[in-house]
Design a binder for this molecule. Structure first.
Ligand SMILES: Cc1ncc(COP(=O)(O)O)c(C=O)c1O
Length: 382
């Protein structure tokens, strides 16, 4: 028998898989399932995106390049200028990725020396699980920073002893699972602090275009020096299955990132880049999607207000992060499962005990399904 990487057994089942398993059990029992577990929106991307993908399938497809096409990087640069007022050089400051998850996973490899005492990667806890996993597989010290209150990670408030051994810090705005949005002032403070400590600051902005009122800012608005931002078409354009995103920022860091990316061979296909070129160029479909998520959230917010349940993530993201009565998120999620409603118990997003007492709802089912689930939930609580 081969000897395996112990991380494969030490890390618990990837949260999205655990939620999928709960859903499969319900479906097997022939139950109607309302799945608010996984953040995979039901609304398809616009037809022109699919057409761009299909017409991008040439007779022969050579190996795709790490850099992708000029067209996709130019479309991304135009998007960043329109959306955030950030000017990027498509030749040196942008690299398309196969969704943002693989970039989250691979990025610690850029800065971590697994034999050095300073090999810390700091990430928000609760948070997207790939921050911890990418750090661990890279041989880093994975440092989960407990978020309290407003759920904002502020690097300048981290214990100096931790900072002394940290090489990279993850921000996530809007934040999964809470939906909290980091202000421009907080982003600027984080950027200044990390620049002065030679720490790579990376902002995961996967949900930047899923918001309610005010558009969230990008870290790159604070200058690109020493920092990176990650974006994705998964939630913005409903393109989870296409696997398409990008990393952008400091030209010197990006040059190293391109070198790193010649190694794993994880590069978007040319036809995916063709679809991405079309998707980043259009903002109308994004506005339509925002309206749908807003409408779904409004239905749930009315219910949570009526039930007197506290909701953290009202500002942005696909999610609602809700404190459960009694404080036992697992028990509450189990009660919901019994009436066919799948949610994520908050603790699955926590490393050091964070997330306990909350559930996360992804606004994925249709409006009609949301209404049916709300009726069942209200009855459960009555
Ligand atoms: C915070 C965050 N970052 C990154 C991702 C990865 O998204 P994708 O790989 O689909 O771009 C997700 C997915 O849910 C996420 O929640």
């Amino acid at each position: 028998m081969p000897r395996f990487n112990p991380l494969l057994t030490q890390l618990r089942t990837y949260p999205a898989i655990a939620v999928d398993e709960a859903k499969a059990r319900l479906q097997k029992a022939g139950r109607t399932v309302y799945d608010f577990g996984k953040g995979d929106p039901a609304e398809p991307p616009p037809e022109f995106v699919r057409e761009a993908l299909v017409s991008g399938v040439d007779e022969r497809l050579p190996y795709p390049r790490v850099m992708g096409s000029d067209a996709v990087r130019e479309s991304i640069a135009a998007y960043m200028q329109r959306r955030f007022g950030v000017l990027l050089d498509p030749a040196t400051q942008i690299v398309p990725t196969s969704g943002s998850k693989e970039a989250v996973f691979h990025l610690p490899l850029l800065v971590i020396d697994r034999n050095a005492p300073d090999r810390g990667v700091v990430f928000p806890d609760p948070g997207y699980p790939a921050y911890q996993r990418g750090a661990l597989f890279a041989g880093a010290e994975a440092i989960a920073l407990r978020l309290e209150g407003d759920h904002i990670l502020r690097p300048e408030c981290i214990d100096p002893e931790i900072i002394a051994r940290t090489r990279m810090i993850w921000l996530n705005t809007p934040h999964n699972p809470s939906g909290a949005v980091t202000t421009l002032e907080d982003l600027q403070r984080a950027a200044d602090f990390c620049r002065s400590h030679d720490i790579l600051l990376v902002s995961d902005e996967t949900y930047a275009d899923v918001y309610h009122a005010d558009p969230p800012h990008s870290l790159l608005e604070c200058g690109t020096n020493g920092v990176l931002a990650l974006h994705s078409l998964s939630k913005r354009s409903g393109m989870t299955g296409y696997r398409s995103g990008f990393v952008a920022g400091d030209a010197d860091v990006m040059a190293r990132f391109r070198t790193l990316r010649t190694n794993p061979g994880v590069v978007p296909s040319d036809f995916v880049n063709a679809a991405a070129t079309a998707a980043w160029a259009d903002d109308d479909h994004t506005e339509d999607r925002r309206a749908i998520f807003r409408a779904k959230k409004a239905l749930f917010l009315a219910m949570f207000d009526a039930l007197n349940m506290r909701v953290i993530g009202r500002e942005a993201s696909l999610y609602l992060w809700v404190a459960v009565p009694g404080g036992d998120d697992e028990a509450y999620a189990k009660r919901l499962l019994d009436i066919g409603i799948v949610v994520s118990p908050g603790r699955i997003f926590g490393v050091e005990g964070a997330g306990v007492g909350y559930i996360r709802l992804a606004m994925v089912p249709t409006i009609d399904e949301c209404k049916a689930a709300i009726a069942a939930w209200t009855e459960m609580e009555s």
